[in-house]
Design a binder for this molecule. Structure first.
Ligand code: URA
Length: 181
């Protein structure tokens, strides 16, 4: 992927892959490119804060990555070609992590992973599934935290989505910290 040429670091993933709770975002931004860590800038901090309220942290119980492993110059939107080049790696990543819940963070991740042309506003909050290497994985699309930073009123919908994640985790017996609810 030619994005590698302009990026400072490869930004692969962070968190506990064994937790079987996987988040996939769009692409690294400037902060992520500098540090080589996904979602470590402003939008990642908001996502972490929201997830901490349902007892989730990268150190303990979730795993996070992106549909692209290199920052598009100037934070432009990834092209379809770039997404298509990286998609087999994203699929292999999903198969290796074998998530019991896969949260797609934002419209680009949702479009790329689900291959559904309906927009994120239509798809968010709807538990669906994708088939990767012959196995079905439950997926839940939600809004991107960068969108929430621009439109704080949309946090209401993301809380509804996170309540679904919480209910699924509890139903599946995936541990999370309960005292922080
Ligand atoms: N936005 C994303 O989608 N991913 C990151 O890692 C950072 C910002």
């Amino acid at each position: 992927c030619s994005l590698k040429k302009t990026a400072t670091n490869t930004v692969f993933a962070q968190g506990v892959s064994e937790s079987r709770l996987m988040f996939i975002g769009e692409a690294p931004g400037a902060e992520e490119d500098r540090n080589g860590v996904p979602f470590c800038g402003a939008s990642g901090q908001l996502l972490d804060l929201m997830l901490s309220h349902i007892g989730l942290s990268r150190a303990e119980n979730f795993y996070i990555t992106n549909t692209l492993f290199w920052r598009p110059p100037g934070n432009r939107q990834p092209t379809q070609e770039e997404l298509d080049i990286c998609r087999p790696f994203v699929e292999k990543h999903i198969a290796l992590v074998n998530p019991k819940i896969l949260v797609l963070v934002g419209g680009t991740a949702t479009k790329s992973v689900l291959g559904d042309s309906r927009g994120i506003t239509r798809l968010r909050g709807q538990l669906g599934s994708i088939r990767v290497e012959g196995q079905d994985y439950p997926v839940l699309p939600t809004f991107h935290p960068a969108y929430l930073l621009r439109n704080p009123s949309a946090k209401r919908e993301v809380w509804d989505d996170l309540k679904q994640v919480m209910a699924e985790l509890d139903r599946l017996g995936i541990p999370r910290r309960k005292e922080s609810q």
